[in-house]
Design a protein around this ligand. Sequence first.
Ligand code: ZN
Length: 392
Amino acid sequence: MKYLVVVGDGMADYPLEELNGRTPLEEASTPNMDYIARRGAAGMLRTVPEGMEAGSDIANLSILGYDPRRYYTGRGPLEAASRGIKLGDGEVAWRCNLITVEDERIADFTAGHVSSDEAGALIDALNEEFGSAGRFYPGVSYRNLFISALGNGLSSTPPHDVVGGRIEDHLLRPGHSEEAKELNRLILRSRELLEEHEINLRRVEQGKRPANMIWLWGQGKRPRLEPFFDKYGVTGAAISAVDLIKGIARLAGMQVVHVPGATGYYDTDYAAKAEYALRALEEVDYCYIHVEAPDEAGHEGSVEMKLRTIEDLDEKLIGRLFDGMGEEMAIAVLPDHPTPVRVKTHTSEPVPFAVLSPRITRDSVRSFSERECRHGSLGFLEGVEFNRLFLA
Ligand SMILES: [Zn+2]
């Protein structure tokens, strides 16, 4: 058997007035998802454990079968894994944003979307000046990493949650800890270095926001995921434009398939993802395809784009998968969590899922939606039960 899992990030939503009380999944034309639900079986999945944040990393860990309560250590180590940075036993991976500080407040957690080239030069300067505390790694734009022996147990704050907030209110805690003191000093001193850097002087001259401070958050040690093959007895591959998802796959010992044209945005090449997934299945048994675009539409609060990304995902990706699928194949579709356009952020309600597999008995669900899948024969499951059912 071969297995395909298609995850539309943030696809689930609430009933909307402008859609006459229907959700985007109900409103959108989705013949292929509906086919999976109608010919297969459906249910609801709790992908975000009680009390945890509705992050994509947490929800996707769940779906892949790794209980986030046990395995989630932070965003930093997942991104480090995605970039092939191997963490030693004592090492802690931090997300290191380049941010813009104005009047002692966080003005922009992206530093005006500083370019990767500019960020790379600033990261070099940080390594030269502060190399004794740890090592900075350049990433994409403002999203960089810092690997250090310090600070694993400290409490840190994602900068996107406190835009406009005062720096001193959101530094690492508890403030009396020696490690917090050292790292907070590093954060504050980075400003002296970065503000005077020629790249920032030029940015200010051009009317752009300077990347004038680092912000450390999302830290953790390397999570030790049991290899996917040992867990399920099948070989796996993953396709995603998102670092976090690629990091999880790598740590689980899955192949990470690079797809040219996968952007993580509306213009992502859906058909290419399908082609590469089908090709991956010639080598491995299980392919996990993650599509970020519906989540972006949710964050932007755009009903129109939510509908379009769902329809694109259905037609260009799942439709193409159907064209290339053989007899001995199973396919599942689900979101990782809702990103309702009304709230523009992730929520933690259970999500609908549908599976079409020669081994799973068909039920009476007729279409793929939040409402319909509640009546599915597979009932309400915990996220970590999904693969056990799908791969049984
Ligand atoms: Zn997500």
